[in-house]
Write a protein that binds this ligand. Structure first.
Ligand code: SF4
Ligand code: SF4
Length: 219
């Protein structure tokens, strides 16, 4: 899922300081899980805006905000409220906010969140949530020969051909609190009797494969 973090509220308010009527758009998937754009956060944002003397013209939590068809449906249902607003607040990831702008082209839309990474959910309770990046979406997966542990993402130097040699006591030379991922890869391969994969030379990554913007059509 896409991990987002809400911007400081003063920063959000600064971006809309000349706007009076605001429509809020959240996302039922990632932003709800990250607590940056679900029903609860929309309600909290409504209160902040009302306290600042702004009028909230309406809101929607899309399923998800990056689905252009959902946005078209929303626009058909709430055209009047949206068109009467001075600005929209995009309470999703950057992809969702851009998708909304693509359909509601005349809208002045401002993001409330910073989009951080694609991550896994490590822990989720009512009080807290913890996410971790395990993949950087490089477009050329090496997991088959690295014991299903990603060196591109989890080694700060993104080394794909073994360790840099700087690890101390199993910890990364760039951060003593972080395990060296190449030691983890070695241990995983050893456990699975696949140590021969350690010796395989991986060719330099083809950066053409992760050149942005990327697109995919499935037929
Ligand atoms: S090598 Fe790492 S960053 Fe690339 S696709 Fe595989 S898991 Fe993701
Ligand atoms: S110590 Fe390990 S994880 Fe850290 S930079 Fe070197 S190879 Fe990568």
């Amino acid at each position: 899922m896409i991990i987002t973090r809400q911007k400081p509220i003063d920063e959000i308010l600064e971006t809309i300081k000349h706007k009076k009527k605001i429509f809020l758009i959240g996302c039922q998937l990632c932003a709800t899980t990250c607590r940056t754009g679900g029903e609860k956060e929309i309600k909290a944002m409504e209160k902040v805006l009302s306290d600042k003397g702004k009028k909230v013209t309406g809101c929607a939590v899309l399923d998800p905000a990056c689905n252009l068809l959902e946005i078209k449906r929303l626009y058909r249902r709430k055209k009047k409220e949206i068109n009467s607003s001075d600005a929209l607040l995009g309470m999703s990831c950057g992809g969702g906010t851009q998708a909304v702008c693509e359909i509601i082209a005349d809208a002045s839309i401002f993001p409330t969140n910073d989009t951080l990474f694609q991550g896994e959910i490590k822990k989720i309770t009512l009080k807290e949530a913890e996410f971790e990046q395990k993949c950087s979406l490089c477009g050329e997966c090496t997991l088959s020969v690295t014991g299903a542990i990603c060196p591109v993402t989890r080694c700060p130097k993104s080394l794909i051909n073994g360790p840099c040699g700087g690890a101390k006591n199993g910890k990364c030379e760039t951060d003593k609190d972080r395990d060296c991922v190449w030691i983890a890869i070695y241990e995983r391969l050893k456990k699975n009797n696949k140590l021969e994969d350690m010796k395989k030379i991986r060719m330099p990554r083809d950066h053409e494969k992760n050149k942005a913007p990327r697109s995919l059509t499935i037929e």
